[in-house]
Design a protein around this ligand. Structure first.
Ligand code: ACO
Length: 362
């Protein structure tokens, strides 16, 4: 066995933080965020509500939802004012890279906390970069709207329907935080050095962008497009697995049963009137892929993860697939900023050991 085949290489099962923010039970298929099951949270509160809960739990003092809503609105305006400086440096870059550069350009704003500055800025940057790629001017934020409705308006240049804003809100809540995932761990490592939250969130986004983490939903749609029709599902999936490819939107380090977020997002998709034909193909691909993975990797318990229905939901909201990861980041920034605050309150530098397998001096 080589070192990268050991669980040490992936820190499997290692508890890297003590947190009051979220808990993932992979055997029960349950995600709890600040004491609430994800499905309940998505139906009972909006994005600003979950941000208030996360920041309250992280900082150990109550943050009111109304204050979050007001601060995020001001932060969207502040980010919009910075766009003339930020956008020119990102022209010609793929959106996922342009977003990295844009996030890195965000810094302290007078009258706003770093966490509000960041969580307010990311939707503005995502929308502006999508529009820039299409040759369109950015659309100013509307502080009377919540983050979800405003993000869709800034993307499209016209208001979204209430159902669309609600569906996006369910997504933002659902993916707002998720235990010690790779990008959150990156945020906590950076925050543990007492670097500021702008550094922590930039690092977290870089970790999120990879296809094994938040870069998966675009490729999920590529897979559905490549399959195209029912009759192609079995040959396409079987050939991919025979080549040793990973099927995007399936498998998870923690969940050994279906990811509970997939069901919340599937319910949100159902409210959008996506054509039965498109949903039917996705459902057939999901069924077949689960069976094929069980045959190809017996005992591994690979099931549908959040990215499968993320792809279908964000596509139904007409968000271009190269912006899926930035939109994911706009939601997960809620968790990243909360974890950065929580980590800094411990005052403890994250500095693990490694297992040396190289030669020793004679
Ligand atoms: N398709 C095919 N095979 C898979 C898949 C998959 N989606 N996922 C895991 N496997 C295989 C692995 O190749 C491995 O096979 P082996 O034992 O023969 O070597 C076995 O199943 C176990 O996989 P691990 O790599 O140990 O699983 P790990 O916990 O490291 O991986 C991961 C989790 C990275 C999410 C993986 O399942 C994957 O690559 N999935 C596809 C990408 C994806 O959907 N990413 C989004 C994840 S959700 C999120 O981050 C928001």
């Amino acid at each position: 066995m080589t070192i990268h085949q050991t669980s040490t290489a992936g820190l499997d099962g290692v508890a890297a933080a003590v947190t009051a923010l979220s808990h993932v039970d992979g055997e029960a298929g349950e995600l709890v965020i600040t004491g609430h099951r994800v499905g309940e949270l998505a139906s009972e509160t909006g994005f600003e509500g979950v941000v208030a809960r996360l920041w309250s739990a992280a900082g150990g003092k109550d943050v009111a939802e109304a204050d979050v809503r007001a601060a995020l609105g001001q932060a969207r305006l502040a980010a919009f004012r910075r766009l003339p400086d930020i956008l020119p440096a990102t022209r010609g870059m793929p959106i996922v890279d342009a977003f990295r550069a844009a996030v890195a350009a965000i810094g302290p704003q007078q009258g706003l906390t770093p966490e509000a500055t960041l969580v307010g800025a990311l939707p503005v940057l995502a929308a502006a970069l999508v529009r820039q790629a299409a040759g369109d001017a950015p659309v100013a934020p509307d502080v009377t709207l919540g983050t979800s409705a405003d993000l869709l308006k800034m993307l499209r240049g016209e208001p979204a329907s209430e159902a669309e804003a609600k569906a996006l809100d369910a997504y933002l809540v659902t993916v707002s935080d998720h235990g010690m995932n790779a990008s959150t761990f990156a945020a906590r490592v950076v925050a543990s050095t007492q670097a500021n939250p702008f550094m922590a969130v930039t690092a977290a986004y870089c970790a999120l962008s990879g296809p094994l983490h938040g870069g998966a939903p675009g490729p999920v749609l590529d897979m559905l497009d490549a399959i195209g029709a029912s009759g192609n599902i079995a040959p396409w999936v079987d050939a991919a697995l025979a080549r040793g490819d990973r099927l995007m939107g399936f498998g998870h380090r923690i969940y050994k049963v279906r990811d509970p977020r997939a069901d919340v997002l599937k319910a949100a998709v159902d409210t959008l009137g996506v054509s039965k034909a498109d949903l039917g193909l996705a459902a057939e691909v999901e069924d077949y892929a689960r069976q094929a993975l069980a045959r190809a990797k017996p005992g591994r318990r690979l099931d549908t993860n959040v990215e499968f229905y993320t792809a279908i939901l964000l596509d139904a909201l007409k968000i271009p697939r190269d912006a899926f990861t930035p939109v994911f980041a706009a939601a997960r920034a809620a968790g990243w900023t909360a974890h950065a605050i929580e980590q800094q309150r411990t005052g403890r530098l994250l500095r693990p050991n490694s297992v040396y397998v190289g030669p020793m001096p004679a």
